[in-house]
Design a binder for this molecule. Structure first.
Ligand code: FES
Length: 146
């Protein structure tokens, strides 16, 4: 059995470190160009909150598969959207004072009544989700119009 020399051992360590460094640099670049699917949504309705706990003007964010959903009780009724911004996938929030959905990353604003873009860089409106009320509880599910 041949012994590995100190020089050979250090060459191997050097190559492993170089490969690790390259992976650390290029993995985020690859992830940027091949983002995970945003379509991973639950097949069953997801409980949001009891209907009495979401008065008009309030909103609730819930986990909806891999990404959050935003359920808003507007004066026109319940509305639900994927909270993932269509610009660079930041998570949108409900701004109760402005009565708008806001993306904090680049000041994107969405209309709570239909999820359309009001202002800012998002190219399209938020993905629409469906709501239903069962036994006094609000549920959100996929299937709305985009
Ligand atoms: S990521 Fe939402 S406005 Fe840019």
């Amino acid at each position: 059995m041949s012994k590995i020399t100190r020089r050979d051992f250090l060459k191997i360590v050097n190559k492993v470190l170089a490969a690790t460094g390259l992976a650390a640099v290029f993995a985020p670049v690859v992830a940027y160009f091949y983002p995970p699917s945003l379509e991973e949504t639950p097949s069953e309705p997801v409980l949001v909150v009891a209907e009495v706990e979401l008065p008009i003007g309030k909103a609730q964010t819930v986990s909806f598969g891999r990404y959050p959903a935003l359920v808003i009780h507007t004066p026109e009724g319940l509305r639900a959207y994927s909270a993932v911004c269509t610009h660079f996938a930041c998570i949108c929030k409900w701004d109760e004072e402005q009565a708008k959905i806001v993306c904090p990353c680049h000041d994107g604003f969405f209309d709570p009544s239909d999820g359309s873009v009001i202002a800012g860089p998002p190219p399209t409106g938020l993905k629409v989700l469906q709501t239903e009320i069962k036994d006094g509880d609000i549920y959100v599910s996929a299937g709305g119009e985009a």
